[in-house]
Design a protein around this ligand. Sequence first.
Ligand SMILES: NC(=O)c1ccc[n+]([C@@H]2O[C@H](COP(=O)([O-])OP(=O)(O)OC[C@H]3O[C@@H](n4cnc5c(N)ncnc54)[C@H](O)[C@@H]3O)[C@@H](O)[C@H]2O)c1
Ligand SMILES: [Mg+2]
Length: 352
Amino acid sequence: MSLYCGIACRRKSFWCYRQLSTYVTKTRYLFELKEDDDACKKAQQTGAFYLFHNLAPLLQKSGHQYLAPQHSLLELERLLGKFGQDSQRIEDSVLIGCSEQQEAWFALDLGLNSSSSINASLQKPEVEKELTGSFTELRKALYQLNVKDASLLSTAQALLRWHDTHQFCSRSGQPTKKNMAGSKRVCSSNQIIYYPQMAPVVITLVSDGTRCLLARQSFFPKGMYSALAGFCDIGESLEETVRREVAEEVGLEVERLHYSASQHWPFPNSSLMIACHATVKPGQTEIRLNLRELEAAAWFRHDEVAIALRRNNPYTQQQNGAFPFCLPPKFAIAHQLIKEWVEKPIRFTLPV
Ligand SMILES: NC(=O)c1ccc[n+]([C@@H]2O[C@H](COP(=O)([O-])OP(=O)(O)OC[C@H]3O[C@@H](n4cnc5c(N)ncnc54)[C@H](O)[C@@H]3O)[C@@H](O)[C@H]2O)c1
Ligand SMILES: [Mg+2]
């Protein structure tokens, strides 16, 4: 990493990147691509594309892992040509990041109806055969993707879904148009700009000092338990949401709170997961389950949770009936929160 220069001068490109650290250079480059449609279109020529079909990413199996293949613009144009589509469709792609060498990464959904092309969506089996991969449900694939691909595909899916569901202005009813990068949509009749949104959600690992509280919803994979989660209501602080959600879902009063980390989560719509540890008042540990929200909740001992964490792919192992319960995938912040609780004592800072 070179020294952070702090001086941004305008030259040929939007920013002069000389002397900036790799991270700052990358960030400024992505900013430029979001602001400048021509620069973004140019970046597509040397960029890499991740393909989706109805929000399922194209993946290739390699042993027990899934890999997310990248395609060049040329390969994509050839593919669209083969299936009778014009390359105009590439304008539906969204920018999702770039490499340290400033190779821009894009995502394109070949299954959703395209706003920039009159042709219908591409048929999934034909495309899978052509690209020697399969469009796989992202939620299931998360267990077998590396963290970088999981994160990139989650961003891509969330952005593609947002564009698919925000094609009209909610004030005028007129179509909205995306910019080249897909970082916003604009209504041409009144110039209202729409930006992709995330709903804030708190996820809390409640502890009584020696045990932690895990719960499951009926749609979770069989045997999977996670920390308590809930959407922030309008007007609430993070602390108020934690206190309300824990009371609503398991009938307990949270005493102290410690912020841990945050994560974007694409399912079922974009959320910003804000992860916290919390304790309950000593002696007040009796769970009163809210059956409208949860199927089950229980206190788990440290050693039980530590064993569950060590399993490689709890989902598969649970299906075999070998273990009493399993935890969310490594990539999920719930997993990180539980791991943190198992590995080190938490210093509680915030009273609620
Ligand atoms: N990344 C992780 O580790 C992880 C772990 C657990 C849960 N989650 C996510 O957290 C989210 C919230 O958890 P939950 O379902 O227990 O929340 P919740 O306890 O608030 O219950 C969901 C209900 O809240 C209501 N609601 C209020 N505001 C809403 C909004 N903006 N969007 C949707 N519904 C809203 C709806 O009636 C919905 O049925 C879920 O989407 C889930 O995917 C992520
Ligand atoms: Mg909940």
